[in-house]
Design a protein around this ligand. Structure first.
Ligand code: SAH
Length: 390
């Protein structure tokens, strides 16, 4: 293996899985290659994949002198599954979460015995066939789908890449079933969002369901209705709004699939901000409003505009919130920290003249979306439930 020489404190570098390009002193390896990393003073720091075109030049996958070949990938996948399966009685979870599993830039979600992968680093991109072979040899899967898209891929100089890598089962991959919390969902693994289903919200669905009792619920940014179905178990009526027509089609199928009466649900394909304006003028009020928007801050410099969007959601949401109502709001960007979000609530509620208290904090389900203590960047999902005091 080639060597990479880096500057900066070895102690710090031993305690974080990335080396930024500014700290790289020398590396002659090819793009995507495995390299042994040394400090300028000669301390060995670990093995990493190299991308000279990314601002994250090195991503560690081991603290020893290891290759990242088929065997290493297979071993890490088995280890990653072992860390998770004890927590889940059913095989629906994120099995590999990138740096958190020492497979930097690789995400794999599990759907029964099928898998969806998302590749976000050049080092993983050129190891696709080893990844697929390892998954195949460990699980003999029904199917493997790739859904590699999104901003982090662009930062690595990669284009979008989606498709079916294998489907020996012949299953209809536009209607794969996910079981969660006693409910079943159809998801479209070929055209749905991201890797198909948001396992990261699993615990928050339980939390939110526990606070709903009767009344009318609004599920804004509903996707295929994971929160909607939870709400249907507790509320009288549920509104679901999403900008994507495919998502709303699946949501309606999911309502039927679980035996809920269709007249308890009202759906709309619409931009959430426009919807809030319109419904505001109808004077319709909701007892519980859930808002789970896509990431508004993909980069550090988006933070200010993201905060402005969240404030708008909170204040417009409150306009249509019943007296003593509750509201859940999420952010799924690592750049929006708790202190940003606290200020969103403070500013978003201030103009309404009503007083609210925090009922709960919510996070990604850490059991499968793991956050190593030396990699706080892996924590990205934050949410609040607030309630009007009187
Ligand atoms: N709460 C869902 C996940 C929501 S993901 C769950 O737990 O499964 C975010 C959703 O917001 C996506 O379905 C996307 O189609 C939708 N979306 C994105 N921009 C939107 C907009 N401006 N208005 C309404 N929906 C939007």
């Amino acid at each position: 293996m080639e060597r990479a020489i880096v500057k900066g404190s070895p102690a710090q570098m031993l305690n974080h899985p990335w080396v930024y390009s500014g700290n790289l002193v020398e590396c002659k390896a090819e793009k995507g290659a495995s390299v042994e990393v040394y400090s300028k003073s000669g301390v060995f720091l670990g093995s990493a994949i190299y991308n000279p075109e990314s601002s994250i030049a090195l991503r560690f996958y081991s603290r020893k002198r290891d290759k990242l070949d088929y065997y290493a990938i297979k071993e890490r996948i088995i280890l990653a599954d072992g860390k998770r399966k004890r927590y889940f009685t059913e095989p629906y979870y994120r099995i590999v979460f990138s740096e958190s599993d020492m497979l930097p830039g690789l995400i794999i979600d599990r759907y029964g015995n099928g898998f969806v992968l998302q590749i976000n680093s050049y080092g993983m991109e050129i190891r696709r066939s080893e990844i697929v072979k390892a998954l195949y040899d460990v699980f003999q899967p029904d199917f493997i789908v790739e859904r590699s898209s999104g901003y982090s891929r662009r930062l690595e100089g990669l284009k979008e890449n989606s498709g079916v890598l294998m489907n020996e089962s012949g299953l209809d991959l536009t209607r794969v079933i996910v079981a969660e919390g006693g409910l079943k969902y159809y998801v479209d693994l070929l055209k749905g969002q991201k890797t198909g289903f948001y396992y990261d919200q699993r615990r928050n669905r339980e939390i939110i369901e526990s606070y709903i009792s009767g009344g009318i619920v609004m599920d804004l940014f509903s996707y295929v209705g994971a929160f909607t179905l939870r709400a249907l178990r507790k509320a009288n009526k549920v509104f679901a709004v999403d900008i994507s027509e495919e998502s709303i089609t699946l949501l309606k199928e999911n309502v039927k699939f679980n035996g809920f009466s269709e007249d308890r649900i009202i759906v709309e394909v619409k931009d959430a901000f426009d919807f809030l304006e319109e419904v505001g003028s109808l004077k319709l009020k909701f007892d519980f409003i859930i808002m789970d928007p896509p990431s508004f801050a993909k980069r550090g410099r988006d933070v200010e505009s993201a905060i402005a969007s969240y404030i708008e959601l909170v204040s417009k949401g409150i306009d249509i919130l019943e007296n003593k109502g509750q509201m859940a709001i999420f952010s799924c960007s690592n750049y929006i920290k708790w202190e940003h979000f606290a200020s969103v609530l403070q500013r978003g509620t201030r103009s309404t003249g009503r007083s609210f208290s925090i009922l709960d904090y919510m996070y990604q389900d850490f059991r499968d979306h793991r956050v190593p203590t030396n990699f706080p960047e892996a924590e990205y999902l934050r949410g609040y439930i607030i309630k009007e005091d009187i």
